[in-house]
Design a protein around this ligand. Structure first.
Ligand SMILES: [Zn+2]
Length: 663
């Protein structure tokens, strides 16, 4: 434990706080360090193989009473000293027949444990210090950012001081927990109003915070890199804000430290109190797995609403509803770890929303996309989201903004947070009760009314979001349907005898001609079956548009498949249009259904007869994504059109990019 001469375990019963007139430990030699003595402090530890409890309490006369409590023969004993911790420790040793031992009260009481000290400063309040001569007078500071920094530091310190005063004046409950909190402090500076606002307190219990800090996890809560980058994103947000507004709010600087909350995804809330007994030495090497950081959506909105109001033309005007889209995505980082990030963005921004820097990270954790883990994230935001959805938000000028919440993510993320099953289950659909065997059926209409057929459906994780506002992600829809088209085509040609010697090379050459890097290779995982380069979105578009299928599949069938590919690309481009007329959407509905029918149509007429029309693929080749494409997209298009939105704003292409930037 640092330079401490011996080792102790500690269990923090009550962290205590530093009162305004804080007492220091005794000065026994010229160079010894004097530590601040907390009030209302209580720790359990061990001396001479006896479990003891060390407590401090400031007396009405201003002196500190140091008490040691221990159990012996089932009776509780206690002794105290109003002089020093060392004196009560030595009395204790004498009483227990160890008169010659001489232990430092500072160490036994743990006044030197830096982390407890920091924790008190952070969460409880610090004493007011003397004039800081190193700081220049405010009048000599010319730059606005310099002035802002000064206000921010004042804000931080006055926050601590007032929190401490709240304790002193016992604006608390019976257990001395404060029940009064600072909202804002208003200052006048050359006639200008400077408002320091403070984040409302966390409802998480105090023990949880102490636990986090004593365990020294605050620095290792997240893969260090991820945490630092999240903090960097935060700093960026604040810089951006200050530039745009020149002045106004110091809030964001003050909140800078507070706004990133941390949580341990591996821990249940109930476990927290069991982990207190630890010492400075515990920095668990595995602690990075499954930990995360989050930011308050309120605070992000309070920062951004003024920006959205003040850009010209304004993104939001009085009376508008803030259309907030939540998004989520997991990404592998190295072989063992993966990160999951959740973001929020304002759909009112239109096209701009697609830029990665317009996606604001609300949560990042090291772990996987699992129901149990995401459930904890859902809980974290549940209250805020319900409040936003039901009551909207007031900005700092007192304007009220109604809020509507949306969600978009890839299929996996969506089915997890909706509490549904994977796309290969019987009731696979995110939006309707369609059965797996009827995916191909285009003669029935499946309304977007939700999946109520899924037998073991779990509770949705973000229940504040309405069913109709889970919007499919057009990017994955496109990618996965093209995968099916390419696989169907390659399965046809791979069967041919001359594939390996001839066709394979011809296809690769043709891909090269249309500037797509593409190769066939023998897969190791599927025991020597042919596999091929998986292509990104832009390459897939090129392939649909330019790849001459009919050169590889002869006759009408080749031509039909080529048409099928081109038609899909055309429909996809319609789907991505920013504005659509009602007629275009009606046509889209008819055309997508027809497209699926063409995909699985049966062979007509006898081979070699005039009426012969070859079938393309089988009904069971129609995938869940294809069902959504033909049955649900037109409904979403109509519904979003009414809200002045379009599907392209829900693309996950930007969050994917952001997650990539992050890791
Ligand atoms: Zn469906």
């Amino acid at each position: 434990m640092g330079n401490r001469p011996f080792y102790f375990w500690y269990k923090v019963v009550s962290l205590g706080y530093y009162p305004i007139l804080v007492k220091l430990t005794q000065k026994n030699s010229k160079d010894c360090i004097q530590y601040q003595i907390p009030d209302n402090y209580s720790v359990e530890t061990e001396v001479s193989k006896m479990k003891i409890c060390c407590e401090t309490k400031y007396q009405p006369n201003g002196k500190v009473r140091f008490t040691i409590v221990w159990k012996e023969n089932k009776a509780e004993w206690s002794i105290y000293s109003d002089r020093s911790a060392t004196s009560v420790v030595n009395t204790f040793l004498k009483k227990n027949n160890r008169p010659n031992s001489n232990l430092s009260g500072v160490y036994i009481f743990g006044f030197d444990i830096g982390r407890l000290h920091e924790c008190r400063l952070e969460t409880m309040g610090a004493p007011i210090t003397l004039v800081n001569k190193k700081k220049r007078p405010l009048t000599t500071i010319q730059t606005i950012s310099g002035q802002n920094k000064r206000f921010a530091s004042l804000g931080r310190e006055s926050g601590k001081a007032i929190r401490s005063l709240i304790k002193k004046h016992r604006l608390t409950d019976e257990t001395d927990q404060p029940i009064v909190y600072i909202r804002k402090i208003e200052l006048d500076f050359n006639g200008e109003s400077i408002i320091l606002t403070y984040k409302p307190p966390d409802n998480k219990n105090e023990l949880a915070k102490i636990d986090a800090i004593v365990r020294a996890c605050d620095e290792s809560l997240l893969a260090r890199d991820g945490y630092r980058r999240l903090a960097a994103v935060e700093a960026f947000l604040i810089r951006e804000y200050l530039i745009a507004n020149h002045r106004v709010e110091i809030t964001n600087l003050i909140n800078k430290d507070l706004r990133i909350g941390t949580f341990n995804i591996d821990k249940n809330d109930d476990d927290l109190s069991n982990n207190l007994e630890s010492d400075d030495g515990i920095i668990v090497d595995e602690a990075e797995i499954g930990n995360g950081a989050y930011r308050s959506i309120y605070t992000i909105l309070q920062t951004l609403i003024p920006l959205w109001k003040e850009t010209s033309p304004a993104i939001i005007n009085s009376g508008d509803t803030l259309k907030l889209k939540l998004g989520g995505d997991g990404r592998n980082v190295g072989r063992k770890q993966s990160h999951v990030m959740m973001t929020i963005c304002l759909l009112n921004e239109g096209e701009e929303v697609l830029k990665p820097e317009h996606q604001h990270c609300i949560c990042l954790y090291v772990g996987r996309e699992k129901y149990e883990d995401l459930a904890k994230i859902g809980k974290l935001f549940q209250h805020q989201l319900f409040d936003l959805q039901n009551n909207g938000i007031y900005d700092k000028d007192g304007n009220h903004w109604p809020v509507e919440l949306f969600f978009s993510g890839d299929w996996k993320f969506m089915y997890i947070i909706m509490g549904l099953n994977a796309p290969n289950s019987k009731y696979f659909c995110l939006y309707c009760n369609c059965q797996s065997e009827l995916r191909w059926d285009m003669d029935q209409n499946f309304e977007n009314s939700g999946n109520h057929a899924c037998e073991n459906r779990k509770p949705a994780l973000f229940p504040a979001i309405n069913q109709e506002n889970y919007i499919p992600d057009e990017l994955h829809l496109f990618l996965r349907i093209v995968d099916v088209l390419m696989e169907c085509f390659f399965n046809d040609v791979i069967k041919k005898k001359e594939f390996e010697k001839k066709i394979k090379l011809e296809i690769e050459q043709t891909m090269q001609n249309i500037k797509v890097h593409f190769e066939f290779f023998k897969s190791r995982s599927t025991s020597g079956k042919w596999d091929w380069t998986s292509l990104m979105g832009p390459d897939k578009k090129k392939v649909l548009e330019y790849f001459p299928i009919s050169q590889f599949i002869s006759g009408i069938r080749g031509q039909e498949i080529e048409k099928l590919w081109k038609e899909f690309l055309r429909l996809y481009k319609v789907l991505r249009k920013p504005f659509l007329s009602d007629q275009e959407i009606d046509a889209f509905e008819i055309d997508t259904k027809q497209w699926i029918r063409t995909f699985y149509c049966a062979t007509e007429g006898r081979p070699n007869s005039i009426s012969h029309k070859p079938g393309l693929y089988r009904k069971q080749d129609v995938t869940p994504y294809m069902h959504v494409f033909a049955q649900h997209m037109h409904q979403f298009m109509r519904q979003l059109k009414m809200k002045n939105l379009s599907l392209r704003y829900f693309s996950t292409s930007s969050i994917e990019k952001k997650n990539h930037d992050q890791v």
